[in-house]
Design a protein around this ligand. Structure first.
Ligand SMILES: Nc1ncnc2c1ncn2[C@@H]1O[C@H](COP(=O)(O)OP(=O)(O)OP(=O)(O)O)[C@@H](O)[C@H]1O
Length: 243
């Protein structure tokens, strides 16, 4: 069955005490696209991702995953990589991956094979026996990504997956994202890194809880007559100041 909309959020509002964090955000992801959610620190990206996942409740608005209200089953078809690594430091990298594979219902030979595959994909196959407490920050990020990949989900929500990674590894991970997309997966990725923006099929620019622009990076650059997507934030600020 073809699912046309893996993620649909409509008219999402969220406030924490007096602070409006999301102000009428709507966003629909097409199957098999890489969607970049970009915006300055505090713009509401993580909050939006957590609401789309059902980890946080919006004050109003609706979320659909695979055209249904989010359920535990829908959650199982997601690969979520949070901004802070949710790993067990006292366990080896292998046992961490084993834990995440087991809670996704994998076992036996299939589980072992898949752990080897994802470890290779993030370049950690030689480090599987090491305790995570001995990992660098970048290694932990890569292990978190491997944990999000292990059950071959159809939808990935990756919150700043490449923070703290060196350019070579970053490039490698983007090759992996494109590979997953080629297999039909849909990916939403938050990022601050502008050269990653160009790798997305579409981007949404989030500023002060609103999506101020959305589209293919090249089209946006043309439409706004700017030299980079980043400049659209500046154009937007100037226009807001005029009002
Ligand atoms: N649980 C919470 N309680 C109160 N305020 C919160 C909570 N979670 C987020 N916020 C506030 O909401 C705003 C948006 O936070 P969010 O983490 O969504 O931003 P972000 O765009 O992901 O930022 P960054 O790029 O720095 O990760 C921030 O001002 C933050 O302090």
């Amino acid at each position: 069955m073809t699912v046309s909309y893996p993620v649909k959020g409509e008219h999402l509002h969220k406030r924490y005490k007096n602070q409006v964090v999301l102000n009428d955000v709507s966003l629909t992801l097409q199957e098999g696209e890489i969607y970049g959610l970009i915006g300055p620190s505090g713009a509401g990206k993580t909050t939006l991702v957590r609401i789309l996942l059902g980890l946080e409740k919006a004050d109003s608005g609706t979320v659909e995953l695979f055209e249904k209200r989010p359920t535990l089953n829908a959650f199982r078809s997601l690969g979520y990589m949070a901004q802070s690594d949710a790993l067990y430091n006292e366990l080896s990298a292998y046992h961490n991956l084993e834990f995440f594979a087991s809670i996704q219902g994998m076992h036996g030979k299939e589980k072992k094979q898949r752990i080897d595959e994802v470890a290779k994909a993030v370049d950690l196959d030689k480090d599987l026996k090491k305790n995570v407490s001995n990992f660098s920050g970048g290694m932990k990020r890569r292990l978190s990504l491997a944990a999000a990949l292990v059950h071959s989900p159809r939808l990935y929500l990756l919150d700043e997956p490449t923070v703290g990674l060196d350019p070579m590894i970053r490039r490698k991970l983007w090759t992996l994202f494109h590979y997953l997309k080629g297999k039909g997966a849909t990916i939403i990725v938050t990022t601050h890194v502008m050269d990653e923006v160009a790798q997305c099929d579409r981007v949404g620019l989030l500023s002060e809880g609103k999506i101020i622009a959305e589209g293919a990076p090249k089209e946006l650059i043309e439409h706004y007559g700017v030299s980079s997507v980043e400049d659209i934030f500046i154009v937007n600020e100037k226009e807001a100041a005029k009002k």
